[in-house]
Each structure stands twice: as C-alpha cells, then as structure tokens.
Design a binder for this molecule. Structure first.
Ligand code: SF4
Length: 261
C-alpha cells in the first residue's frame, strides 16, 4: 500500500517551482511598462484621454501602475513609446514609486527604507494573513489562492492565509473598498494584534481602479491606517504577490540585473 503510494508520488515528480525568482514569464505577460520619450504633446494628450482609469498624465508624461488595469490600449496606440515588459516585480512600499516616467529603465523601486523595522524582526520567518475582499470581482482573490497552490507553494516560506483575524499578522485588501465593506474591514483590521501589516493587492485596492469615482466606495480607512505594501496588477499575478511579500520581509531584493529587463 505504502509502496504503491510512493510509486505514484515518484511518478508525479516535483510539481512545485523550485526557484521562484528564476521564473521568466512569457513576453505576452503585461508587467512593468517601459516608456520611451520624448512623447509628442499631441500624442501624450490623446493617450491621457483614452486611458479608461486616468493612469496616464500627459504633462510631464507618466503612467501610474497603481491605477493601470493593463488593458494595453496605450501601448497599441503608441507602440514606439510604451511597451509592457514581462517584469512582474511591480510592488513597492511607497505609493509614489508605482508611477513610471519617461526613459526610466530601472525596475520599480521597492523603497526598502520605507519598511517598518519591526516587520523583518517579527514576521521574517512566519507571516499569517487575513484576506478581505471589499467589493472585489474575485480575480485577484483567485490569484492569491493560486499563490498557495502546488506550483507556487508560497506556504513553504511560512506565509499563509488564515480564516480569522485573531490568528493573523496582517490584512491583504482586494477590491476597491465599497461602502458596505468599509466597517467590516476596519473591524477585521482592529481585531489583529498590533503591530499589524496592511497590504493592498490589485489596482482596485491601490486606487479604486475602474471604480475610483464611484459613490459606492468609501476609502477613508486608507487615510487613517498606514499601508505597508502596494501591489499593482489587474489581477495580481501570483509571482507579483510572492515577490512583493518576500521583498517586504527582506528575503528578496530588487537586484540590479533586473534593471536591464
Ligand atoms: S494599459 Fe494602463 S495606462 Fe494604458 S490605457 Fe490601459 S489602463 Fe491606461
């Protein structure tokens, strides 16, 4: 009985990805945008107008990955100026670092100096997170689930989702934060013993995304509590999520070789 089970296990081989940092996503993946300037002002104005979420500012030209829904409209209109690279390392501890400007070849700056010192010390070896979907469409939520599947196996690093905020060290917020979830989110967040972590996953959570101007949102919670990590994406790729958390905990660094991608 045991021998036959071992044989089955052996025939499956290794299903997890041994080196998550070594994974290269296909060129069709839309990750960090690269902007080649100068962009003529007429074209820049047109790009600002066609962006459905106001992620593009024409003057001076910039693209806010915290708002972007990666629809590719701008890159199709100006392929000589905007390219979405397959670099999935999009997160930062600083909201302003998510804005990509003309001729900025570097990887997104993680701003490790903004990370609270207690985070490495207290959560570097184990981190339990409670996920709160506040008006989310289940896209990023499914990708967060996928980060724990047999391929990505994120829990091998001691990081897990838990069912109760009482067992958690922090909250991962997905969705644009609707009014009917605002109170529930705050109760959940305050049920976690301090110091606690707050992570925004996905463009909806970071900026409101497509729903930013909706009267159904109530996002003042984010003005009252410190955010530790911003993770762009629509939805967030599991590798983007894993990279963000591991960099927040000090296990990954934005290596210089990434800047050449
Ligand atoms: S890819 Fe992003 S920046 Fe470009 S048009 Fe779409 S939402 Fe706007």
């Amino acid at each position: 009985m045991l021998v036959s089970k071992l044989k089955v296990l052996r025939s499956h081989g290794k299903q997890f990805i041994p080196d998550l940092q070594g994974v290269k996503l296909p060129d069709t993946f839309r990750g960090r945008p690269r902007i080649t300037g100068p962009i003529p002002s007429e074209l820049a104005g047109e790009l600002e107008r066609i962006c459905p979420v106001g992620a593009i500012t024409a003057e001076p030209f910039s693209l806010d990955t915290g708002r972007c829904v990666f629809c590719n409209e701008c890159a199709m209109r100006a392929p000589q100026h905007i390219v979405f690279t397959s670099d999935y390392r999009l997160s930062s501890a600083d909201r302003d670092a998510l804005v990509v400007r003309e001729n900025a070849p570097e990887a997104i700056d993680f701003r490790a100096d903004k990370v609270r010192t207690c985070i490495h010390r207290l959560f570097g070896r184990a981190l339990k997170l409670r996920e709160v979907s506040a008006g989310g469409d289940n896209a990023t939520e499914m990708e967060l689930n996928a980060s724990m599947n047999v391929n990505f196996d994120f829990s091998r690093f001691g990081i897990d989702f838990v069912a109760s905020p009482r067992h958690a060290d922090g909250v991962v917020l997905t969705g644009p934060l609707t009014e009917n979830m605002a109170r529930a989110l705050e109760i959940c967040y305050n049920s976690i013993p301090a110091p606690r972590i707050l992570i925004l996953a996905g463009s909806d959570a970071v900026s409101g995304g497509l729903f930013a101007d909706s009267p159904a949102l109530q996002r003042d919670f984010l003005d009252r509590y410190p955010v530790d990590l911003y993770i762009p994406g629509n939805p967030v790729h599991p590798l983007t999520f894993i990279d963000g958390i591991m960099t927040l905990l000090g296990h990954y660094r934005r290596e210089p070789w990434l800047q050449a991608q």
